[in-house]
Design a protein around this ligand. Structure first.
Ligand SMILES: Cc1ncc(COP(=O)(O)O)c(C=O)c1O
Length: 441
């Protein structure tokens, strides 16, 4: 029987979705998990496996959008969280656990001398932008075309633009990526083309007196994990430094690649870094870290202090979960994930070539992505191919049916409970999915 039995109108997921549609617009708050005709609902997860409401178990290769690096119900996290909840889950004052997680991140990440916590990656990015504005006295920001940074107005720009509206290649038009973003905010965000040194220098120089910061995801998922060209991030750093513009790294996903994040691997020397996902060990979290001089704007006693808050900010449950997660990520574990990731990407790439199906496997360390384009993607624009997104939609469903869950857009990642057997399982599921794709040609 098909593993995708949740698609049957009589399945437990289908019935729950029918109820959910009467309560939640579109039937789900997880809007970025857009499975048609309806999503499946999860009953439980353990290690690298999740079980849906109809009792089907799958290998989870998306791990709550990369947030769970040790998979589900990781025993050290379960223990730390259980003990913390019994001691109290949230207070109107700080706890030791906040300081401990801050200490760990300051020790590991080169660009982080001070850090401040929040509840989501979106907030981590938002706080960094506000800090850059307060520090520079300038209002506008720049970002790269195709990069997603959460759903704060200023960055909901040009991450889903297309040929009809994206404008010239070397001077992209600022396009809203959502309704509800005020037009003036869209126009204020300067959009830059990735890996295009000349355009970045020209556009930033033209608008410099107004630009507070450039937001950079050093390994942007939405862009297809197109890595920075050698020297590109250092070029951005040189240009911005000369123009008095700050650099914000969005490491909400890319922090997975190394103990010190992508900045420890690719350079770029950011002034501020936004975090989320794995630093909360599976619980809601976000953070903004950076150089002490810039981060001073979060000190209520400073002359250019910004107002920030959050009822659940730095709650000790998220803090202990993050600590247990990051402490278990030692050098040997990063090395193992890195080897596994390289091996898996190579094997998946081979399968594509053998089947003669258009597509590319991108990513770094424990992150990988199916980019189903005909040409190898060099820019965001290369990834926007109607045939590629249609192919990805079908690949997602075939993989799901073969027992492997990835993101609907092709994003996927490893977790530490996975080993050789699980890599073989992913390759086999991909093989099966590629047969299905070929059969439908
Ligand atoms: C690169 C990047 N930045 C920011 C965010 C926003 O994080 P959150 O969903 O926790 O608000 C995401 C979420 O996927 C992301 O991928």
């Amino acid at each position: 029987m098909s593993a995708n039995r949740f698609l049957d109108p009589s399945s437990a997921s289908a019935r729950l979705f029918a109820q959910a549609q009467r309560l939640i617009p579109g039937g789900t708050s997880k809007a970025n998990f857009n499975v048609k005709p309806h999503p499946f609902y999860v009953a439980s997860g353990r290690g690298c496996r999740i079980t849906d409401l109809d009792g089907v178990e799958r290998l989870d290769a998306i791990n709550n959008f990369t947030a769970l690096v040790h998979g589900h119900a990781f025993p050290p996290v379960v223990q730390a969280v259980t003990e913390q909840v019994a001691r109290g889950s949230a207070f109107a004052a700080s706890t030791r656990e906040e300081v401990d997680l801050a200490q760990l991140l300051v020790e590991r990440v080169p660009g982080v001398e001070r850090i401040r916590f929040a509840n989501s990656g979106t907030e981590g990015v938002m706080m960094a932008i506000k800090a850059a504005r307060a520090y520079t006295g300038r209002d506008r920001i720049a970002k790269f075309e195709g990069a997603y940074h959460g759903y704060y107005d200023d960055v909901q720009v040009s991450f889903s633009s297309g040929p009809a509206d994206w404008g010239p290649e070397h001077e992209p038009t600022s396009v809203p990526s959502s309704r509800g973003v005020p037009k003036h905010r869209v126009a204020e965000t300067l959009v830059l083309p990735w890996n295009d040194r000349d355009a970045v220098e020209r556009l930033l120089t033209r608008h410099a007196p107004e630009i507070a910061a450039v937001v950079v995801d050093p390994l942007s998922n939405r862009m297809g994990f197109i890595p920075p060209a050698p020297g590109f991030l250092d070029h951005v750093r040189r240009v911005t430094r000369a123009l008095g513009i700050l650099v914000i790294f969005d490491e909400v996903i890319s922090f997975r690649v190394a103990a010190g994040g992508a900045q420890s691997r690719y350079g770029g020397d950011p002034d501020l870094t936004a975090f989320g996902k794995i630093i909360g060990g599976g619980f809601p979290v976000g953070a903004t870290g950076g150089k002490a001089e810039v981060m001073a704007v979060f000190d209520p006693g400073s002359s250019n202090a910004i107002a920030s808050g959050g009822t659940f900010t730095a709650n000790p449950v998220s803090m202990v979960a993050g600590l247990a997660t990051l402490r278990a990520l030692d050098a040997a574990t990063y090395e193992r994930l890195e080897r596994m990731g390289a091996d898996l990407r190579a094997r998946l790439g081979e399968r594509l070539r053998e089947h003669g199906v258009d597509g590319h496997i991108t990513g770094d360390a424990s992150l990988f992505r199916f980019v189903m384009t005909s040409k190898p993607p060099r820019t965001y624009r290369d990834t926007v191919e109607p045939a590629a997104s249609e192919r990805m939609g079908r690949l997602f469903m075939h993989l799901l049916d073969a027992g492997v869950l990835v993101n609907t857009n092709g994003l996927a990642c490893l977790s530490t409970p996975m080993g050789d057997a699980e890599l073989a399982e992913i390759v086999q599921a991909f093989d099966q999915a590629l047969w299905q794709l070929r059969r439908a040609r």
